[in-house]
Design a protein around this ligand. Sequence first.
Ligand code: ADP
Ligand code: MG
Length: 513
Amino acid sequence: MKTFQELELEPKVLKAITELGFEETTPIQEKAIPIAMSGRDLIGQAQTGTGKTAAFGIPLINKIPTSEDRIVSLIMAPTRELAIQVAEEIGKLSRFKGLRSLPIYGGQDIGKQIRALKKRPQIIIGTPGRLLDHINRKTIRLDYVQNVILDEADEMLDMGFMDDITSILKLIPEERQTMLFSATMPPNIQKLAQQFLRNPEHVSVVPKQVSAPLINQAYIEVHERQKFEGLCRLIDMEAPELAIIFGRTKRRVDELSEALQKRGYSAEGLHGDLSQNQRDMVMRKFRDGSIDVLVATDVAARGLDVSGVTHVINFDLPQDPESYVHRIGRTGRAGKEGVAWTFVTPREIDHLHFIEKVTKHRIMKKPLPSVAEAMEGKQKIMAERILEVVQSDNYQEYKGLSIQLLEQYDSVHLVSAALKLLTGEQNEIDVQLTPEDPIRKKRKPEFRGGNRRYGGGGYGGNRGNKSGNNRGYRGDGRGGRNDRGDRGSRYAKSGSGNRYGASDSYSKESNYR
Ligand code: ADP
Ligand code: MG
């Protein structure tokens, strides 16, 4: 790996990199930065969390003169969350140089954005839909753009942004540098690159390991009907600090989070039907630990960058290996160990083996936790809490009675009784979830290619649904498009966010949001 000092960057940019704590380049940065600095077009492929933002951000910031007062760089990102994340990183990297960058996304007051645009940012980071709005209103002009970056291009196309992106690209002067970054390179990305990039240099970083070694993976075979009891026992046994539980559908997420609340767990659900405010609130609670179980759909969880998630539980098996890796990558961050549990119904075992095969990782079978194990887990947690209080030395006013009790009763009996009270009786509130169908076999890839391109039946039909929704949202301000984000793991865990070339061909129904 190269150090950043070897890259001949401006001292102010180098200083910002150092302040961010980056010591050496990541593999994609090592390859991409020199090419980006040379001005050539570039296609960069690397999994999530490998530092792609800095890979294009550093050369950009290095290049733009501080005196510039027009929009010279345009970065397109799929979602509001990602636009903000990229803007933050660009902001940090350009801190000492003093460039102006601005995120532009749907769902935010357009007037506010127009006012911010008057400050003459040089770098715009935007979601395609909202960018087009501004372009049409003439509040953003692209006449002077010299660098274009398509970030997370596969996600953008998955979200149906192809038309918006092409419209925007056609408005940018041809004399420019275009860079496309993507975790996967499905044919539609290649087509886009062919159309809009000029003689691009390809760089890719192929991960050696597909899932992070720090994540312990296990599965439990359960019948659909046993899943909820199994989940409660698992949570009790494992006592996660922060857990994300994945459900297949929005209905599932709603039912599951409600059921968990009924059983006394502090859980909330997250899916694409929630308003941005609701989502923000749930995320805030999860981040600050006021809830410790987050129930989410794949899509809702993609954008999440939360540290300290100790457990991922796949209540429903994900459809494709890509989602599996994405899901389990939510844990085991920042060098900490994470655990991923997956519930598999008997009819889904084959599918699990398929996931194992693609991820080249053996997932260990574990038995369903017993009631006794669940109880033990709960007690352990209580014991830990008690010891914390002991250590805090903040229980003077309880000592008098304790001494009296200890004079009359056996200490083991007393502590056991206290533990029993604290852990509470087993909460047996009956809960019924609507069963989900087992994961079905994937359709043949040959057919999908066609569907994808022409929006026919099958997969294409689903995509149709999805963009139908989006159009609906656009009517009320295009906010809806940006309610999902894709956020990879930290670089330290680069193995965890991998995707697979083949995976774009699996169906993603709008129901999954
Ligand atoms: P990607 O876009 O590839 O998914 P990001 O650009 O979001 O990944 O980077 C993931 C994380 O890694 C960010 O928190 C970023 O600050 C950090 N990062 C990027 N480059 C480096 C580096 N050279 N050294 C350490 N951390 C880095
Ligand atoms: Mg990125």
